[in-house]
Design a protein around this ligand. Structure first.
Ligand code: ZN
Length: 272
């Protein structure tokens, strides 16, 4: 059974209700030990103040979300922003920086070129990340996002890229994005053997899903065998936090945030 000591709150889950300070206080109030923060709430208060809030809390800062988006029209600008994200992760004491690939540049029909753009962007970013002591967590996203958000869509592809790029980068496995993959078990085992699993994100896939981006479900409300995937991830040697990350414009973002966190804790215990 999942234990609360393994659960981390991704601030996106309560992003409409709580600012950074409130999210940190909420984690502490509910007995959570880990938090994953987004760049937007950090920008709201400024990096120095954010670092004070987060580092002073005693919480484990599991990750910073989010950077990447390399397969874009303006590579230098994107690389500069990614380097700033690494610096922000280091400032708040985040172990990893979460990276998504980016979609196809405007007007392009060449997904292979977009894949190459992601590889080149990561290769250019890695020396800065290694020097800062921030691990990169490459997160494959569900293929419905391939065109406009993230062209790295399978765990296999993400792990292949990590192997090609060397040290300092691993994969974040988000059940929402990979649950459908017939190669998932094989690829979790491979990523584990290669010591590349650096993150595990949880939520659920609702039927029907009403919005591609903002209708993720609470654990237990959908069709994902979260406990089964968690077993595979642990059998592959990953024992880090389970980060609950729910984008839910019409449901969980409209609820009392303390109720949301209480529900996360309860569902994590029962379904993860
Ligand atoms: Zn995720």
């Amino acid at each position: 059974m999942a234990d609360i000591s393994q659960l981390a709150l991704n601030t996106a889950t309560v992003r409409m209700q709580w600012n950074l300070k409130q999210a940190v206080e909420g984690c502490l109030r509910h007995g959570l030990k880990g938090i994953t923060v987004w760049r937007e709430p950090i920008a709201e208060v400024g990096l120095a103040e954010a670092a004070k809030i987060v580092r002073g809390s005693g919480l484990d800062v599991v990750g910073l979300c989010r950077a990447g988006l390399f397969a874009a029209d303006t590579p230098q600008k994107v690389l500069d922003d990614n380097r700033r994200a690494v610096d922000e992760a280091a400032a708040v004491g985040a172990r990893t920086l979460c990276i998504i690939g980016g979609g196809l540049p405007g007007g392009s029909k060449d997904i292979k070129a977009a894949w190459g753009g992601v590889r080149d962007g990561l290769a250019a970013l890695l020396p800065h990340a290694r020097a800062a002591g921030v691990g990169l967590a490459l997160e494959p996203l569900h293929p419905m996002y391939a065109a406009d958000r993230a062209c790295i869509n399978t765990l296999e592809h993400a792990t292949d890229l990590c192997e090609e790029l060397g040290e300092g980068i691993g994969v974040a496995i988000d059940v929402y994005h990979v649950w459908w993959d017939s190669y998932l078990g094989r690829e979790i085992a491979r990523a584990g053997r290669l010591k590349r699993i650096v993150g595990f994100h949880i939520c659920d896939w609702l039927v029907p899903t009403r919005d591609m981006l903002l209708d993720r479900g609470m654990m237990g409300d959908g069709v994902i065998d979260i406990a089964g995937i968690r077993e595979q991830v642990e059998a592959a040697g990953f024992h880090g936090y389970h980060e609950v990350e729910i984008f839910s414009a019409e449901n969980w973002w409209k609820r009392d945030p303390d109720e949301v966190v209480r529900t996360c804790i309860d569902r994590h215990r029962r379904f993860c």
